[in-house]
Design a protein around this ligand. Structure first.
Ligand SMILES: Nc1ncnc2c1ncn2[C@@H]1O[C@H](COP(=O)(O)OP(=O)(O)OP(=O)(O)O)[C@@H](O)[C@H]1O
Ligand SMILES: [Mg+2]
Length: 257
């Protein structure tokens, strides 16, 4: 369970990226966070795995206060939380399998991980993660030879091999075509349902968010302006979440006239 209690995040430059965030996300939920560019979506996600420190309130993940973690504890904590980026963050000149294996031994220095010898147990874990996302046949192919969608699946397999409780995905389909996006979203959905892994995803495609997520959290100017079931999202609610843009757009149009 993830609990935000009056969470605030102010960056060094005094930008208030998050304010008064109060949320409870239960284990196994599929949540989409939507909102304008700059609303605070990435910041919110990154506070959960302590990539960013919160500057106020409390953030509790499975009974642990995230701010209280130190050094080694942070690394242990992060193993339970997979993070997926738009840019995949893969090493493209090496094989799919090695990219997945690397996540299993994060303690090793980077060069050892790339050249390193992995245990049979780790290899089985990595291969089964690739199987779960349907790209087992690509295990020995270089990542650079895969399509964008296949690369995103490698990133997902890498996260799955860690056996996480939570997957955070920051715009995982932003650079994919609609068909590939659907495949990747189907993977997330399946993993969420079959493995009871919580999935929290930042996404600009509202239709996709509504189709896949059970719950939508709308963020505007660092605040939660909507939190409810996908079915409850109406055009008025979307207008409110994206209000800033509507107003700005009108202002620009007014000026142009
Ligand atoms: N490292 C940082 N240092 C200072 N300010 C930052 C930093 N990261 C983000 N911000 C600011 O915090 C606010 C929220 O940014 P954030 O990246 O969370 O938005 P977002 O909703 O993810 O946007 P996008 O949809 O464009 O990815 C913005 O005003 C941004 O400029
Ligand atoms: Mg972002």
């Amino acid at each position: 369970m993830i609990e935000f209690i009056n969470v605030e995040k102010t960056y060094g430059n005094q930008v208030k990226a998050l304010q008064e965030i109060n949320l409870t996300i239960e284990q196994g939920e599929f949540v989409a966070i939507i909102g304008l560019s700059g609303a605070g979506k990435s910041t919110l996600l990154r506070c959960i795995n302590r990539m960013h420190d919160i500057t106020g309130g409390q953030l509790i993940v499975d009974d642990v206060e995230v701010s209280s973690l130190k050094g080694r504890e942070i690394r242990e904590f992060r193993k339970r939380i997979g993070m997926i980026f738009q840019s995949f963050n893969l090493v493209t000149r090496t094989t799919v399998l090695k990219n997945v294996l690397v996540s299993l031994v994060p303690e090793l220095p980077f060069w050892r991980r790339l050249t390193g010898i992995f245990s049979k147990e780790d290899k089985i874990k990595a291969l089964s993660a690739l199987d779960q996302v349907g790209i087992l046949d690509k295990a020995y192919i270089r990542v650079s030879q895969l399509s964008g969608g296949q690369q995103q699946r490698v990133a997902l397999a890498r996260t799955l091999a860690q056996n996480p409780d939570i997957i955070l995905a920051d715009e995982p389909i932003a650079s994919l075509d609609p068909v590939t996006s659907k495949q990747v979203m189907d993977d997330f959905k399946r993993i969420n349902e079959e493995m009871n892994i919580s999935v929290i995803i930042n996404i600009h495609h509202v239709e996709v968010a509504l189709e896949y997520a059970d719950r939508i959290i709308g963020i505007r100017d660092g605040k939660v302006v909507f939190d409810g079931k996908s079915e409850e999202v109406t055009d008025e609610i979307l207008d409110n979440i994206y209000k800033g843009q509507m107003e700005k757009k009108t202002m620009i149009e007014d000026k142009e006239e």
